[in-house]
Write a protein that binds this ligand. Structure first.
Ligand SMILES: NC(=O)C1=CN([C@@H]2O[C@H](COP(=O)(O)OP(=O)(O)OC[C@H]3O[C@@H](n4cnc5c(N)ncnc54)[C@H](O)[C@@H]3O)[C@@H](O)[C@H]2O)C=CC1
Ligand SMILES: CC(=O)C(C)=O
Length: 253
């Protein structure tokens, strides 16, 4: 019970890594706000946590919308009285486009979900954490947040931005009891492929050169275990890191 009594928001928690994180946090005593644009999926995850004796509530959130992203933090405080842990996990892929093939609409959508949504929940959570004198932020970035060769230009840029936002936040609030870290998963077996709408064959063939070096794919729970460590007091001196959880993929670079 590493998170007994803590209130956690997990975005994109209807599927994949977000679901695994929400479930593991629930098992460890956290009160979990299961947030997703897919409310049916979020409700199922919340029901599963409740069924296992935990505490959870589902909240429909389109993280790309300012009102939803900010309202999510209000909802957590209104429902469970406070906020201790924010996990920014919701994310979408691009279609592996190199910069020469990017369309503005896709660029803007990828940034709205993967980057701007992350900034907005953090901006809203920080005053709650400052008032308490503590709080934990975990951003699910990607190995594409420090490699140029794991997806398309928009996805890579959006995750590099999350890495920068994470490090800046860690440093800015380091004396205020707020810790901010990122996880950089490698290739994990989830439903993220469903967010692709028409793969750029050239871009995918270039990214595929490095994907071939990944020793194996991971399971969502293997990311969730890292997110549990970063949320718990066991990582009390860990701040501003971008932790690869990739089976050793990026040790090759
Ligand atoms: N699967 C992989 O190999 C990797 C994934 N990641 C990152 O991990 C995070 C989680 O992705 P996965 O679990 O793989 O994907 P997933 O597709 O299984 O889950 C993502 C969840 O985010 C939700 N979502 C999408 N757009 C949303 C929006 N506008 N508002 C709210 N929720 C929204 C989806 O409904 C879904 O439930 C993402 O940030 C992704 O970029 C990073 C590295 C590798
Ligand atoms: C989807 C993604 O971020 C990777 C690294 O595969």
């Amino acid at each position: 019970m590493k998170l007994e009594g803590k209130v956690a928001v997990v975005t994109g928690a209807a599927s994949g890594m977000g679901k695994a994180i929400a479930e593991l946090y629930g098992k460890n005593g956290a009160k979990v706000i299961v947030s997703d644009i897919n409310i049916d999926g979020a409700e199922q995850v919340a029901a599963g946590i409740l069924g296992n004796g935990g505490t959870a509530a589902a909240v429909k959130t389109d993280i790309a919308k300012q009102g939803d992203a900010e309202g999510l933090i209000d909802e957590a405080v209104n429902t469970f009285g406070t906020l201790d842990i924010l996990v920014n996990n919701a994310g979408i892929m691009d279609n592996f486009e190199p910069v020469g093939d990017i369309e503005d609409a896709l660029w803007e959508k990828v940034f709205a979900v993967n980057t701007t949504g992350v900034m907005r929940t953090m901006r809203k959570a920080v005053p709650v954490f400052l008032e308490k004198g503590k709080g934990v932020i975990i951003n699910i970035a990607s190995t594409g947040g420090f490699s140029g060769a794991h997806a398309g230009a928009a996805y890579g840029a959006s995750k590099h931005a999350v890495v920068g936002l994470t490090k800046n936040t860690a440093f800015m609030y380091a004396n205020e009891g707020i810790r901010c870290n990122a996880i950089a998963p490698g290739a994990v077996e989830t439903n993220i492929g469903a967010s692709m709408t028409g793969i750029n064959q050239f871009g995918m063939s270039r990214a595929g050169l490095t994907h071939g070096l990944s020793p194996r794919t991971g399971q969502p729970v293997e990311i969730a275990e890292a997110a549990l460590f970063l949320a718990s007091d066991e990582s009390s001196f860990v701040n501003g890191v971008v932790m690869p959880v990739d089976g050793g993929w990026t040790s090759a670079f």
